[in-house]
Design a protein around this ligand. Structure first.
Ligand SMILES: [Zn+2]
Ligand SMILES: [Zn+2]
Ligand SMILES: [Zn+2]
Length: 151
């Protein structure tokens, strides 16, 4: 399965089936959403009725961007538009295939980001994901080898 945010893809196994990993756009480190209560009411992701007092901790709604000093996003908070994202059953934004991967400055809320930097962020996430997967496989292989020695 291809991660529609960063493009991470484990490919297919010898039988042509998608290799399953635990990386998807639900778990991708690139998934940094804006506060849905603070979106424009015209957005299909706008959640009405929220007040800051009972919103999730960790939401960017009152965080200040260290770069541009605006409140409500961090440098890597994604810009959620109706064209690039669809709503899943829970109402959460899911990147659509037609949008391509998140690799342009316009994909982020931080306005001064440039395209090369955005591409770098994506490459970094994909690289780390492949390394993480490789390490996990190696550890699994080592564990299997150890088990083989023991029994
Ligand atoms: Zn990803
Ligand atoms: Zn919020
Ligand atoms: Zn900013």
């Amino acid at each position: 399965m291809v991660c529609l945010l960063c493009g991470f893809d484990l490919g297919k196994d010898a039988d042509g089936n998608n290799i399953k990993g635990n990386h998807s756009q639900r778990t991708c480190t690139m998934r940094s959403m804006p506060c849905m209560y603070r979106l424009l009411p015209t957005s299909k992701f706008f959640k009405p009725g929220g007040t800051v007092s009972y919103l999730d901790k960790g939401c960017v709604h009152e965080l200040k961007c260290p770069r541009c000093r605006a409140v409500g996003h961090l440098r890597h908070t994604l810009r959620i538009t109706d064209e690039l994202y669809a709503r899943n059953n829970a109402g959460d934004p899911i990147r659509v295939k037609e949008a391509g991967f998140v690799e342009r400055a316009s994909d982020y809320m931080y306005k001064k980001l440039d395209d090369p930097h955005a591409a770098e962020l994506k490459a970094d996430v994909v690289g780390k994901s492949y390394r993480h997967h490789a390490v996990k496989n190696r550890l699994a292989g080592t564990a299997a080898a150890l088990a083989g020695n023991l029994y």
